[in-house]
Design a protein around this ligand. Structure first.
Ligand code: MG
Length: 164
């Protein structure tokens, strides 16, 4: 069988606000602020979701899970990734690898990268080695650098039987 390999790119940014838990890559982190949004606002999971959907030409996260839908209010974004993984399987496709760069001035994310890989990989039914998480600060520059927001970039590699 011939396989087509496709890549998708994803990006997300959410504002940091008081009174919310900070959930990144499915992991709850100690921080005085959390990300604002309709779901748990996990930018890492959202960037991955968009990347995977993009690789298959299936639109974006907002198309599948419209913001404002009461059914997804405060939902764990790991559950959204589980649903996206089911769409991937339904298309006869397979996620080969996901790579993420998270941009956050604080808290320090390096020590949590392995736990994020594990949580995200479990939701996508992948081994953790197929979900790479890298973190960096924004060197004090712009809204991310001032600690007002956290952003994430993701690239997903997906393979699908030719002709599917
Ligand atoms: Mg989002």
């Amino acid at each position: 069988m011939e396989w087509l390999t496709r890549s998708g790119i994803g990006y997300d940014i959410h504002r940091l606000v008081p009174g919310r838990r900070l959930v990144l890559g499915g992991v709850v982190l100690e921080h005085p602020l959390g990300l604002d949004g309709h779901s748990d606002a996990d930018v890492v999971a959202h960037a991955i979701g968009d990347a995977v959907l993009g690789a298959l030409g299936l639109g974006d996260l907002g198309h599948h899970f419209p913001p404002g839908d009461p059914a997804t209010r405060d939902i764990s974004s790991l559950e959204l990734l589980r649903r996206i993984a089911a769409l991937v399987r339904g298309a006869g496709a397979e996620i080969v690898h996901v790579d993420v760069t998270v941009l956050a001035e604080a808290p320090r994310l390096g020590p949590h990268a392995a736990a994020m890989s594990q949580a995200l990989a479990t939701s996508l039914s992948l081994p953790p080695a197929r979900v790479s998480i890298k973190a960096k600060t924004h060197e004090g520059l712009d809204a991310v650098g001032r600690g007002e927001a956290i952003a994430a970039h993701a690239v997903a590699t997906v393979r699908q039987p030719d002709g599917a």
